[in-house]
Design a protein around this ligand. Structure first.
Ligand SMILES: [Fe+2]
Length: 151
């Protein structure tokens, strides 16, 4: 188990990641509701699968923060103040625009997770490292699918 000081750098990262996941969760619902045009059925269903996945991840991240002896952010105020992923307004959006926007958010998330994996590695916290690596694999797979769809 990581020592207390190192655990703090890990939980600081995890709280930012938790904030990003909450904004992503809301954003994926936004697109699920507002996507329109050809490809609607596919994307509407895919977005539901994606936000369900994010719901599982944010719970796992919050509970990891507790295991490390800190408190997870648990208010929308904290999430919005700490997330790097930005919300978007509620308006009609085409499948291609959704996927282009998601591509950017996933590219950011992949870089962020790699940074978190480094932080957990430096803190001798293989459990967090493993958790984040599993999540990274999912985002890399999703990014590949988005690029294939847009190609
Ligand atoms: Fe729905």
């Amino acid at each position: 188990m990581a020592n207390k000081k190192n655990a703090n750098t890990v939980t600081q990262f995890l709280n930012v990641h938790l904030s990003d996941l909450h904004v992503m969760y809301t954003k994926l619902h936004n697109y699920h509701w507002n996507v329109e045009g050809r490809g609607f059925f596919q994307l509407h269903a895919k977005l539901e699968e994606l936000y369900d996945g994010v719901a599982g991840e944010l719970d796992e991240v919050a509970e990891r923060i507790l295991q490390l002896g800190e408190r997870p952010f648990a208010t929308m105020k904290d999430y919005l103040a700490n997330a790097k992923i930005k919300e978007v307004e509620s308006k009609g959006i085409s499948p291609d625009e959704v996927l282009s926007a998601l591509q950017k958010d996933y590219e950011y998330t992949i870089e962020s997770l790699k940074n978190g994996i480094d932080i957990a590695g430096e803190a001798d916290d293989p459990v967090t490292e493993d958790m984040l690596t599993g999540m990274l694999a999912g985002y890399e797979k999703n990014l590949w699918m988005i690029k294939a769809y847009l190609a």
